[in-house]
Write a protein that binds this ligand. Structure first.
Ligand SMILES: [Zn+2]
Length: 334
C-alpha cells in the first residue's frame, strides 16, 4: 500500500510502498477515508522531539474498519470510525483517573506509530470510535484533534461556563473551532489573531468580537473586558505574556499551543490576584464521542476541505506559510 512517511527532520515526507498492516490481538486495521493535516506535523518535521524513522505521519484519521484482530468485540467490518489519536490502553493509572489523553502506553497514532497518511492504518480497537450517521469522513477526521483539543481545553480544563467571557488567541485550525465551541458553551467570545481574514472567519463562525493582535492597544483593551478564561492556541512567549496580563483576577489561562518551550511567568498576578494557568493536551475518547455527536447534530461545523493524499507535502508547505484556511483532510487516491 501507499504511505507518506517521516524520514527525518527538515525533509519532505517520502512516498513509500509498504506492506498493508495486519491487526494483532485487540487491534483493528482501518481503511483510511480522510486524514487531517495538523500544525503538529510541522513541529514533528522541525524536530521538536525524536520520532522513529521511517514513520507514517497523520494523527487525525477516519476510515472504515477493514480487518478485526482476535478478541475484538463491538466493531463491524465496513463501519465508519474516527481514530482516537492518543491510542490509550485504557487500564493504567492515568486512564483510570479519566486522564487517558495522558496515558503513557501510546504511542500516539501518527506520532510514534504509523498514522493515517496511508491507505490503511492499524490501532487499538478501543481507539476506533464509531462515527454517527450524517458525519462526513473529513469532518470526523478533523474532529479527532482540531475539534477535540479545543473542546477539552475550554470545557474540560478551562471549565468555561455560560455567561463567562472567553478570549481565544490564535485562529488556526484549533482556534477557529474553539470559537464555535465557546459559543456552544454559552460564553461571550472575543477572538484575537494577526490576520484580518482570520478575524473575518471568526466573526462568521460566531465570535461576538474580534481584535487585531497587531494593535498596540490590544492588551489594555482585552484586560478591560475582564475575561474569565483566556485560551492561547499559539503559546509563543508574546501570547503567553498577553494571556497572563489580560485574564481577570481569579481567572483561568489555558495553554494549548506548542509554540515555545519556555516563557514568561507573571508571578505577581498568581499570588496577588489568584490567576491560574493550566496546560491542555488533546482530549479523552469520551470527549471525542461528544464532539462527533455535536457535529452530527450540526452544533459544530468544522471548516475542512479535502485534497488528494499525494498533495501532502504541498499542503504542509502551505500550512507552514499560513496559507491554509480551516483544515485540509487528505483522501487516499483510488
Ligand atoms: Zn493508560
Amino acid at each position: 500500500m501507499q504511505a507518506w512517511r517521516y524520514v527525518g527532520s527538515h525533509q519532505p515526507l517520502e512516498r513509500q510502498e509498504i506492506e498493508r498492516p495486519r491487526p494483532g490481538p485487540g487491534e483493528v486495521v482501518v481503511q483510511v477515508r480522510a486524514a487531517g493535516v495538523c500544525h503538529s506535523d510541522l513541529h514533528v518535521l522541525e524536530g521538536i522531539a525524536p520520532f522513529p524513522t521511517p514513520m507514517t505521519l497523520g494523527h487525525e484519521g477516519c476510515g472504515t474498519v477493514a480487518e478485526i484482530g482476535p478478541g475484538v468485540t463491538g466493531l463491524e467490518p465496513g463501519q465508519l470510525v474516527a481514530l482516537y489519536g492518543p491510542n490509550s490502553e485504557g487500564d493504567c493509572r492515568f486512564c483510570r483517573r479519566g486522564e487517558e489523553n495522558l496515558c503513557p502506553a501510546g504511542p500516539a497514532i501518527g506520532l510514534g506509530i504509523d498514522g493515517a497518511y496511508a491507505e490503511f492504518v492499524r490501532c487499538r480497537a478501543r481507539s476506533a470510535i464509531p462515527v454517527p450517521d450524517g458525519v462526513e469522513p473529513a469532518a470526523a477526521a478533523v474532529a479527532t484533534d482540531a475539534v477535540l483539543t479545543p473542546y477539552h481545553a475550554l470545557k474540560g480544563v478551562g471549565r468555561l461556563r455560560a455567561g463567562e467571557t472567553a478570549v481565544l488567541i490564535g485562529l488556526g485550525g484549533l482556534g477557529m473551532n474553539a470559537v464555535e465551541i465557546a459559543r456552544l458553551l454559552g460564553a461571550y467570545v472575543i477572538a484575537v489573531d494577526l490576520l484580518p481574514e482570520k478575524l473575518e472567519q471568526a466573526r462568521a463562525a460566531g465570535a461576538h468580537e474580534t481584535i487585531d493582535g497587531r494593535d498596540q492597544a490590544t492588551v489594555a483593551a482585552l484586560a478591560a473586558r475582564e475575561p474569565d478564561v483566556v485560551a492561547d492556541f499559539v503559546a509563543l512567549e508574546a501570547t503567553v505574556q498577553t494571556a497572563q496580563q489580560i485574564v481577570r483576577p481569579g481567572g483561568r489561562v489555558v495553554l494549548v499551543g506548542l509554540g515555545a518551550t519556555t516563557g514568561p511567568l507573571l508571578t505577581f498576578r498568581y499570588g496577588a490576584q489568584q490567576i491560574a494557568a493550566q496546560g491542555s493536551f488533546w482530549g479523552t475518547s469520551q470527549e471525542l464521542r461528544e464532539v462527533l455527536d455535536l457535529i452530527a447534530r450540526g452544533a459544530i461545523r468544522p471548516p475542512v476541505h479535502t485534497e488528494p493524499l499525494g498533495a501532502v507535502n504541498d499542503v504542509l508547505d502551505r500550512l507552514r506559510r499560513g496559507e491554509v484556511a480551516g483544515r485540509v483532510a487528505l483522501v487516499p487516491e483510488g
